[in-house]
Ligand binder design. Structure first.
Ligand code: ZN
Length: 457
């Protein structure tokens, strides 16, 4: 046993520092499929003081530490190598306070997102952060990656929903900024350093979320449109007439044909031969009038030729079946799939998708390429399925997609983060000066480079 593990066991207790077979299979990899490793040790602190004590010891010994939450990340940010110590936030779980006057919810970082959402809704509030992995993703990881999800168009990314944060620095310093105020310009907004930096600058231990009122009405429709210009026209109309949709999800026709025709989906809301599909959702506070306003928006769009067809969900179950199409889990049944999460100025997404598809098809004429995403948030997802020839690898498809993103001045990561998966492409979306400032911040806060080394930069 190495001296760092002895020191950690002396400080945290033997049961909180696991090695070898005692480390369960869950902690060997996140969902990114960027490799499975048994970490050197797994530490399970029970509170902020123990996180601080553990980091102080690791810093003294120059021991690398990889923070782990729900392990649902898709970019490799939570993957630990054989020389790293994994630090699990699993035991820092629980709701600390709901302040109804301030409309805030204070939770520990290891709390599953869904549990935090339920704590808010039980008191009549909405915690708008929402994503498919809500049941296992933890709020600390959601913030470390600045997660996006389905309601960004209305409420912003994770960072827009946080008022306060507590984080532990590499040297064990506890930085407690548990602010509940909407306005606070007293110097630098330090919490934002830790949101979206994927555990490279500090480990988040507590979060103060900003809550909103629970919506009283939800209207959902599945629409068919003639062109990407029509998609943009519907988005603009929804913004002006409805005060903004709560979700605006676009599907290109190959995606819709494959997913809606698949038995895993079990729903085909509209005929599969239209050029574009949109799932539009509006949530409001006027239960008596919202559904009628939603319907008249769609009727006007139909009259103008912006819509070719549309179906409004009559029940919550029907709305869920629309979402099931958009979630597109049937794509996972295809061979050799690679998923992308990129961002582009909204007006250029249509042209980007055409160009990117053409570049991919030129290289792999038999490949299948699916475009879909949270287009109202400028976020496009792409799933590719190609049979690689000998000597080709998954990175060949990466290079084509990311080069196209660079040519359209987009971002190689919209909502999943950089991790290790996109690290080599960071310079496609960030200037040398920007990356240099990231390195300088890293050196200032973590001079020995123990926190999540090799991730992001
Ligand atoms: Zn997404």
């Amino acid at each position: 046993m190495t001296r760092v593990i002895e020191a950690l066991r002396a400080a945290l207790g033997t049961g909180a520092v696991l090695i070898g077979a005692d480390i369960g299979p869950r902690h060997r990899s996140d969902m990114s499929m960027t490799g499975r490793h048994l970490p050197k040790a797994l530490i399970r602190p029970r509170n902020t003081d123990e996180v601080a004590a553990a980091l102080k010891i690791c810093d003294t010994y120059g021991q690398s530490v990889v923070p782990q939450g729900g392990l649902t990340g898709l970019a490799g940010g939570a993957n630990a190598g054989p020389d790293d110590i994994a630090l699990s936030l699993d035991l820092l779980s629980g709701i600390e306070e709901l302040d109804a006057e301030a409309a805030t919810l204070t939770v520990l970082a290891g709390t599953p997102l869904e549990r935090a959402q339920m704590a808010a809704s039980e008191q009549g509030f909405l915690l708008p952060l929402d994503l498919g992995s809500r049941g296992s993703a933890q709020v600390g990881g959601n913030l470390a990656t600045n997660a996006g999800g389905n309601r960004v168009i209305r409420y912003g990314m994770a960072r827009a929903q946080v008022l306060g944060l507590e984080a532990v620095l590499a040297d064990g310093t506890v930085l407690s900024s548990l602010n509940k105020m909407l306005k606070n310009n007293a110097g630098f907004d330090l919490k934002q350093l830790f949101i979206g930096s994927e555990g490279t600058l500090g480990i988040i231990t507590r979060v103060v979320f900003r809550l909103r009122p629970l919506p009283r009405s939800t209207s959902t429709a599945f629409c068919a449109l003639p062109s990407f210009e029509a998609v943009l026209a519907l988005l603009r109309r929804a913004e002006t007439d409805l005060g903004g949709p709560s979700a605006f999800e676009v599907m290109w026709p190959d995606f819709y044909r494959f997913v809606s025709g698949h038995k895993m989906t079990g729903a085909q809301p509209l005929r599969p031969d239209h050029p574009f599909y949109v799932l539009i959702e509006h949530q409001g506070n006027d239960a008596a009038n919202d559904p009628a306003r939603f319907q008249s928006l769609l009727e006007a769009a139909l009259e103008e030729g912006v819509l070719l067809d549309a179906v409004i969900a009559q029940t919550e179950k029907e709305a869920q079946s629309f979402w099931k199409v958009r979630e597109g889990y049937a794509l996972d049944t295809l061979p050799e799939i690679v998923n992308f999460d990129v961002s582009l100025a909204v007006g250029r997404i249509g042209a980007f998708a055409e160009d990117c598809r053409a570049r991919l098809a030129a290289r792999w004429p038999d490949g299948q390429f699916f475009f879909y995403g949270h287009i109202g948030d400028s976020n496009l997802h792409i799933t590719t399925s190609v049979s690689y020839a000998a000597g080709e690898g998954m990175h060949d498809v990466d290079e084509i997609v990311y080069a196209c993103v660079r040519d359209f001045a987009g971002s190689v990561s919209a909502e999943h983060g950089i991790g290790t998966l996109k690290r080599d492409y960071l310079s496609y979306s960030r200037s040398a000066a920007e990356i240099d400032v990231m390195r300088r911040l890293k050196a200032a806060l973590d001079p020995k480079g123990i926190l999540n080394p090799g991730k992001v930069i």
